[in-house]
Ligand binder design. Structure first.
Ligand SMILES: Cc1ncc(COP(=O)(O)O)c(C=O)c1O
Length: 396
C-alpha cells in the first residue's frame, strides 16, 4: 500500500486539496495546469507579486555568490538593509534606530519581547497586548497572542503577559498602572482576527500613555507593514512613531526573514551575547530584502495599495451577499451576510480565486500591491458570481 506523502508531514495544517507549482505576478498555477488569481499572496508575503523579476534576479545572483557566513563575521548586505529600513521608518538618513534580523515573524516578536525585558533591567518585564491579537506561535509570541484557544494546549504560558480589549484606552491605562510593565505590544490592524480596525484616536492615545508612563510602545507590523495598508507602515496612519517595530512576511518576498527595529537608545540595551540566530541577516535573505525594498520604493507600492484598496472597497460594497467591508489599503476583511466563509472560500478556489476564510464569517484579502484594475475587476466578477450561486446554500 502506498502512503500519501502528505502523511509524512506533522498534522499542524489542514490545507486545501490544491498543490501550487508556479507563480507569476498575481497569478498561481496548480499541478493540473489550472490558473488562479491570488488575492492572498501567501498571507501578505508576495507583496510585489510572485517571482518578481528584480527580486528573483537578486536572489539568484546572490545564491551563486555567497549564501551564508554566520554572525561571527560581518557581511555587506545586512548593514545596508538595516540602513534602508531605518530610513523608511524614520524618514531620516541619520542613525535613529537599529535592526536585529530574524527568520520569521514570530522570531521578530521574540526579539522584541527580549529587548523589552532587557530595557526593563529586571525590574520591569510585563508586556500588555490585546485580546484577539496575533503575534506568532513560538512560546514568547504565543504568550503575547491574546487568544486562549491557541494557547490552551501548551500551558503554562510564559509569564508576564496581560491582555486588554483592543481599542479600549481606559483598560490599557489601568493595566499600565502596574510599575512592572515594560511595554505595550499591538498590531495596528488585527489581521489574523479578521482585519479589525482601531478607532482613529486609539493608536495616538496609546503612544501618549506610553510616553507618560515611560513604557515602550512596540508595534507589530508583520502583516500591516511595507505598504500593505497604503502607507509604508500602519502606524503612519496615526501620526505616531513606535519605540520598537516588528516586520516579516513581505520583507523577503517569500524568503523567510523577519526584523525587529528599535530606536537607538532601546536597541542599544542589547549587548553581544544577549540574542542571536544562526541565519539572521545572512546574505541570501538580505539580497531578497534589499531587492524587495528597492522594488517597493521604485514602484511606489504604498500609494498603489492605497488607490487599489479604494477601488476594491467601492466595488466590494456593491456585491449582494456582503454585509460590510473593512480594513485599509490592500488588507481587506469581507464580512459575509449569512454565509460560511470556509464554504465560500472553497467555492472561490474552485472558481479560480485564492482568498482566506479568516473567521467563520469573514474572508481576508491581501493581494499583491501591484494588482491591476483588470485583475480587481475579474476578482469582483468571480466573487459576485460565487456569492449569488451560494445563496442557495446560505446558513439561514
Ligand atoms: C501580526 C503578526 N505577527 C506575527 C505573526 C507571526 O509571523 P510568522 O508566521 O512568520 O511567525 C503574524 C503571522 O501571521 C502576524 O500576522
Amino acid at each position: 500500500m502506498q502512503i500519501d506523502p502528505q502523511e509524512f508531514l506533522m498534522n499542524t495544517y489542514a490545507p486545501y486539496p490544491v498543490t501550487f507549482v508556479k507563480g507569476e505576478g498575481s497569478w498561481l498555477w496548480d499541478d493540473t495546469g489550472k490558473r488562479y488569481l491570488d488575492l492572498l499572496s501567501g498571507i501578505a508575503v508576495t507583496s510585489v507579486g510572485h517571482c518578481n523579476p528584480t527580486v528573483t534576479k537578486a536572489i539568484t545572483d546572490q545564491v551563486g555568490t555567497l549564501c551564508h557566513v554566520s554572525n561571527l563575521f560581518k557581511n555587506q548586505l545586512a548593514p545596508q538593509v538595516a540602513q534602508m529600513l531605518n530610513f523608511l521608518i524614520t524618514g531620516e538618513p541619520d542613525l535613529k534606530g537599529k535592526t536585529f534580523f530574524a527568520n520569521s515573524g514570530a522570531e521578530a516578536v521574540e526579539s522584541a519581547i527580549k529587548l523589552a525585558r532587557r530595557w526593563g533591567g529586571g525590574k520591569r518585564y510585563k508586556i500588555i497586548t490585546a485580546h484577539n491579537s496575533f503575534h506568532g506561535r513560538t512560546f514568547g509570541a504565543l504568550a503575547a497572542t491574546g487568544q486562549p484557544v491557541k494557547q490552551k494546549n501548551f500551558y503554562p504560558m510564559l509569564a508576564g503577559f496581560e491582555y486588554v480589549e483592543f481599542g479600549n484606552i481606559a483598560q490599557l491605562e489601568a493595566a499600565c498602572e502596574d510599575p512592572e510593565v515594560a511595554a505595550v505590544l499591538l498590531e495596528t490592524w488585527q489581521g489574523e482576527s479578521g482585519v479589525i480596525c482601531p478607532s482613529q484616536d486609539y493608536i495616538g492615545q496609546v503612544r501618549k500613555l506610553c510616553d507618560q508612563k515611560n513604557i515602550l510602545f512596540m508595534v507589530d507590523e508583520i502583516q500591516t507593514g511595507l505598504g500593505r495598508t497604503g502607507k509604508w507602515f500602519g502606524f503612519q496612519h496615526f501620526g505616531v512613531m513606535p519605540d520598537v517595530i516588528t516586520l516579516a512576511k513581505a520583507l523577503g518576498s517569500g524568503m523567510p526573514v523577519g526584523a525587529c527595529w528599535a530606536k537607538q537608545e532601546v536597541a542599544d540595551c542589547f549587548k553581544p551575547g544577549d540574542h542571536a540566530t544562526t541565519f539572521g541577516g545572512q546574505p541570501l535573505a538580505m539580497s531578497a530584502v534589499k531587492a524587495t525594498l528597492e522594488v517597493m520604493q521604485d514602484e511606489n507600492v504604498a500609494e498603489k495599495a492605497a488607490q487599489a484598496g479604494l477601488y476594491f472597497y467601492e466595488k466590494l460594497q456593491n456585491i449582494n451577499g456582503i454585509a460590510h467591508v473593512r480594513g485599509k489599503g490592500l488588507l481587506i476583511g469581507i464580512e459575509l451576510q449569512n454565509q460560511e466563509s470556509a464554504q465560500v472560500g472553497r467555492q472561490l478556489l474552485q472558481a479560480g480565486l485564492v482568498v482566506n476564510a479568516v473567521t467563520p464569517t469573514a474572508l481576508r484579502l491581501a493581494p499583491s500591491l501591484l494588482i491591476t484594475r483588470q485583475e480587481i475587476d475579474l476578482a469582483i466578477e468571480i466573487i459576485s458570481q460565487v456569492l449569488q450561486a451560494d445563496k442557495v446554500n446560505a446558513i439561514s
